[in-house]
Write a protein that binds this ligand. Structure first.
Ligand SMILES: *[C@@H]1O[C@H](CO)[C@@H](O)[C@H](O)[C@H]1NC(C)=O
Ligand SMILES: *[C@@H]1O[C@H](CO)[C@@H](O)[C@H](O)[C@H]1NC(C)=O
Ligand SMILES: *[C@@H]1O[C@H](CO)[C@@H](O)[C@H](O)[C@H]1NC(C)=O
Ligand SMILES: [Zn+2]
Length: 472
């Protein structure tokens, strides 16, 4: 246990004064999660404690359980403590919150299938005619809207999930929206993959820290799904052979997935700049034909323009150019049962329940034939399985007689093309905000939000109950 209840209150109070202290990092979306609240930096109740102590290389650790910011100052604000910017070697960080439940380290990790595991790296799909869109760093406040958009187009993508970054708190935190978003991703047919627990540079930390980065994310995902992924992408695409990272990933049973189109969406997150990412995507697609090439694309669902502008462009452009939008696993021709490892002791069976034997045994068509356990989804022959057991994209395949268990069918496609007009509207408040307990005063809401990102579950609830009580 890292905090006494009093300290939690203190750090929560300091935490809500977040953005005065540090400049946002250029690499990440640093928006506060709770957008609907008025964070008053100068209000007396929220005055930040004075932590002038230096920390980091050459200074050492923060005393007093303080967090060491990127700039090398000790403090307890969100900006000091949030991963990945907080320096894990020189003080406390939100990343040090351990997820509940038994460890996953004892779960067997056989290397099944033909997709290479670490130390090999995967940069491209196999086959032709597919595009695997991937979204890193979430879930975050825009992710639910992204899921709506993808549903509209019946597009299946891959989410590389970070367990506890950008001050969102652990993904399995009760009362926060992340767990249900991740479950929805899975239920909608998207692939869930790991982007580590708190987004550290895996080449720059110790082997033991690397293990923790992988294993803690497994525990949190297991707490949501009953199992955890076999696919991962290293933060900053950094996992070198020299550091031992690639070998470690292999030993932990992971496919290390990079990409062959980088949309650079993190550099273009404004309505005037996002065209740059669209151009990158379009120019790459122009380099080959769908009949000859598949693509593995990186983007980030923590960026507003990615969710409300770029993704729809990519989905439309991909379809126009004759590509299927598929998950990374499909793009690598890896059967779905290889994408996850079950925790047999977990009572959660989400990964099992929605995957009856028939689906688990499903294979992607290699010769254009389909039906039974052979699906067209992800094949290069087209995504619909027609009544004569051949894959294709024509109305003959996707319309009357189309076999919904062996690929897409027109009904889904039809609803997916109805919404052609205009970019998606943003909600007035974030999803995180709307899931806060109802009927609370602003002060309580602020405290709750701050607590949600700075304390362990049990203590958080306890302290919150106390505060609620005392504020009446
Ligand atoms: C914010 O703090 C300032 C300074 O204490 C105060 O004048 C102002 O009324 C506060 N605003 C709100 C919305 O609480
Ligand atoms: C979407 O991107 C285009 C540029 O490609 C830009 O002109 C437009 O304003 C953006 N839309 C929104 C809602 O930001
Ligand atoms: C697909 O079904 C056939 C016939 O039922 C069976 O022989 C084959 O093993 C199945 N393939 C897989 C990968 O389960
Ligand atoms: Zn990332």
């Amino acid at each position: 246990m890292h905090f006494s209840p009093l300290m939690i209150i203190a750090s929560a109070i300091a935490g809500s004064a977040a953005h005065v202290t540090l400049q946002p990092s250029s690499k990440h979306d640093e928006n506060d999660l709770i957008t609907g609240l008025d964070w008053n930096d100068t209000s007396p109740a929220l005055v930040e404690r004075n932590f002038l102590a230096r920390c980091g290389l050459g200074f050492g650790k923060c005393s007093d359980d303080g967090c060491c910011s990127t700039a090398g100052y000790c403090g307890k604000t969100k900006a000091h403590c949030r991963s990945p910017d907080c320096q894990i070697d020189y003080g406390h960080c939100d990343a040090h919150m351990t997820p509940d439940g038994p460890p996953t380290s004892g779960i067997p990790r056989p290397k099944v299938g033909k997709v290479p595991y670490g130390p090999k790296v995967v940069r491209s799909c196999v086959g032709a005619g597919n595009i695997a869109l991937t979204f890193d760093d979430g879930p975050n406040k825009y992710t639910e809207d992204l899921l709506d958009l993808l549903d509209k187009y019946d597009a299946k993508v891959t989410f590389f999930i970070t367990g506890n970054n950008n001050a969102k708190g652990p993904i399995d935190t009760p009362g926060m929206p992340w767990a249900s978003m991740i479950e929805r991703m899975y239920q909608s047919g998207h692939q869930i993959a790991s982007h580590t627990w708190s987004h550290q540079d895996l080449s720059k930390i110790t082997p033991e820290q690397r293990r923790i980065q992988i294993l803690w994310n497994e525990v949190a995902l297991r707490n949501i799904l009953g199992g955890f992924p076999t696919y991962m992408r290293p933060p900053y695409s950094s996992c070198t052979e020299k550091s031992g990272c690639l070998k470690d990933m292999g030993n932990l049973g992971y496919h290390v997935i990079l990409y062959d189109i980088d949309t650079e969406d993190y550099r273009h997150d404004s309505s005037s700049a996002i065209q740059g990412s669209k151009d990158i995507f379009d120019k790459n697609l122009a380099r080959a034909k769908a009949s000859h090439k598949s693509w593995l694309v990186i983007a980030h669902d923590v960026h507003e323009q990615t969710v409300y502008n770029l993704t729809e462009h990519m989905v439309k452009k991909a379809s126009k150019d004759g590509y299927n939008i598929v998950t990374v696993g499909e793009c690598l021709d890896d059967p779905e049962e290889n994408w996850y490892r079950m925790d047999e002791s977990s009572e959660l069976t989400i990964l099992r329940k929605t995957k009856p034997l028939a689906t688990a045994n499903r294979v992607i068509s290699h010769d254009g034939r389909c039906g039974g356990n052979v699906t067209c989804r992800g094949s290069k022959f087209g995504s619909c399985c027609g009544k004569n057991n051949y894959c294709g994209n024509s109305p003959k395949h996707c319309g009357f007689g189309c076999q919904p268990n062996a690929g897409h069918c027109q009904k889904a496609r039809h609803t997916s093309t109805v919404h052609k007009h205009g970019p998606e509207k943003r909600p007035a408040t974030s999803d995180a905000g709307s899931l806060l307990p109802p009927g609370l005063s602003v002060v309580e809401l602020v405290l709750f939000a701050a607590l949600a990102s700075s304390a362990g579950d049990l203590l958080r609830l306890l302290v919150f109950a106390l505060i609620h009580e005392s504020l009446g």
